[in-house]
Design a binder for this molecule. Structure first.
Ligand code: BES
Ligand code: ZN
Length: 470
């Protein structure tokens, strides 16, 4: 298949999917987010799958499957239909929920993260079903609507429906290729944990002339607290922060050297004047394998035009920490809280609120299905496969790994310049096409590994396990 013969109906359907403003973070989009889940559920039904919307304590989960054959492995494809907020709107060249095709890329919020990548698997399956009467594997889709806000409802849902969701391997395409056109298998993701801090000073806003010098300015106190988080060279200054960090193994450092990018590519991608971060590691290593403390937002005082001579009554800032093997989210939150309280200047009151947490993910890129996935990637892209520790987080993945005890494979379909979470997010048609082919090649390769695996283990297939316990 080449760009010219991608069925235009597929593209129209991807556009329909992208038109839903399924922004999970903003409750004012709740109705459209639910409508997006219904659309997806109906799409799976139109492919002849048994498809259901399962309610959770938050947004519904879409679960769809073919009629399973117990002699075949069950491949669970995880993805998410929710997207990040589209702001700042004026930086977009087209409205974020009115997709357009420009220079062979689809531009819209969610184009890469995650609707486009997910849609490549759906379209791959659709074309497979159109051209053959039997699939090489059983197929099970699990698509959630809360990934971008920490997948809060999903762990309970998975535990509750563990048997119905039994599978032999999990496939996820929700990550980035190391360079455009270079097949990438991510074997690790960072975890994440969030804090929100409120710094309260005087009981109400004050005239800074009348009271300036008499009280502590909450914004200045917040700035001190934020500054206390790092040493000037970029290392995180929280005591004990690095204690559990698993060092990179020699083969991992070798894998970084073999990547088809150099450190300066990261500077170019970011547009920053120069790179900065923890000494002793290059930027690629820092992104994938080192933990960070980030300030994601700060507020307080006057934000309008001109000046306003005010001492605000309060300020706030939002922090997230990216975590790596073997850090523990709760422990890091406790250390961070202790640090912030110890560094809180006098004259203000600090309140800390804990946010969502998601564990890091680590897997063996040489395990049997990972090896099959690397062969599929090499076959489809015609290039050596890059092995990568990714800096982003998919909070539920380590839970899925734990609950189902199966291999989880991260096959990237987004490009480095996809602008995920930013204005002008995009997905190249070429990636859609590769993703469609990858889906088909992958199922075939997984099917061929399965009998060997089953031969070496006395355990039955996921399908047989699910049936025998029902
Ligand atoms: N697709 C991303 C995660 C990702 C990005 C993995 C790049 C690998 C490379 C996912 O949708 C995402 O953005 N996750 C959030 C999770 C958070 C909001 C809890 C993230 O990483 O910020
Ligand atoms: Zn995302």
């Amino acid at each position: 298949m080449n760009l010219q013969n991608l069925p235009s109906s597929l593209l129209q359907e991807l556009f329909e999917f992208l038109r839903f403003p399924s922004v999970s973070a903003n409750p004012s989009y709740a109705e459209q987010t639910r409508a997006c889940a219904r659309w997806l559920c109906n799409k799976f039904k139109s492919l002849g799958l048994e498809s259901n919307l399962w309610e959770t304590t938050g947004y519904p989960v879409v679960v769809a499957r073919n009629s399973p054959d117990p002699s075949k492995p069950t491949v669970l494809i995880y993805g998410h239909y929710d997207v990040q907020p589209p702001e700042p709107l004026d930086a977009w060249h087209n409205p974020p929920f009115e997709p357009v095709l420009r220079d062979d890329r689809v531009y819209a919020r969610g184009a890469s993260d995650n609707k486009g990548q997910l849609f490549a698997h759906i379209a791959g399956l659709e074309l497979l079903l159109r051209n053959s009467n039997a699939l090489p594997t059983n197929i099970l889709f699990l698509i959630e609507g809360e990934e971008e806000i920490g997948s809060c409802s999903l762990p309970a849902f998975l535990n509750q429906h563990q048997r119905q969701l039994a599978c032999d391997v999990v496939i996820v395409s929700d990550s980035g290729m190391v360079a455009h056109g270079f097949p990438t298998l991510a074997y690790s993701l960072r975890g994440i944990t969030a804090l929100e801090c409120f710094v309260k000073g005087p009981s109400h806003d004050l005239h800074s002339g009348v009271y300036g010098g008499a009280v502590h300015n909450p914004i200045a106190a917040a700035a001190r607290l934020i500054a206390s988080l790092h040493h000037p060279d970029g290392r995180v200054a929280i005591q004990g922060f690095y204690d559990r960090v698993r060092p990179l193994e020699a083969w991992e450092r070798g894998a970084v050297k073999n990547l088809p990018i150099v450190e300066d590519d990261i500077r170019i991608q970011t547009g920053a004047p120069s790179l900065f971060g923890e000494p002793g590691f290059n930027a690629i290593e820092r992104i994938g394998s080192r933990p960070t403390a980030e300030v994601n937002g700060i507020g307080g005082g006057y934000q309008g035009p001109g000046t306003k001579t005010v001492i605000p009554s309060e300020a706030f800032f939002k922090l997230t920490f990216r975590l790596v093997p073997d850090q523990d989210a709760d422990e890091i939150l406790t250390l961070a809280e202790e640090h912030l309280r110890a560094h809180c200047p006098p004259g203000v009151v600090l309140t800390i609120q804990r946010g969502h947490s998601g564990n890091w993910f680590f897997s063996n890129p040489n395990a049997p299905y990972a090896t099959a996935a690397r062969e599929a990637l090499r076959e489809v892209f015609g290039q050596e496969v890059a092995l990568l520790r990714e800096g982003g987080s998919i909070p539920i993945l380590s839970e899925i790994q734990k609950i189902f005890g199966v291999e989880c494979l991260l096959l990237a379909l987004a490009s480095p310049d996809c602008n995920a979470h930013a204005p002008n997010e995009n997905f190249p048609l070429e990636n859609l096409q590769r993703g469609i082919t990858l889906h088909q090649t992958l199922l075939r390769r997984i099917a061929s590994v399965f009998p060997t695996l089953r031969g070496s283990q006395p355990s039955p297939s996921a399908e047989q396990r699910a049936r025998s316990t029902c």
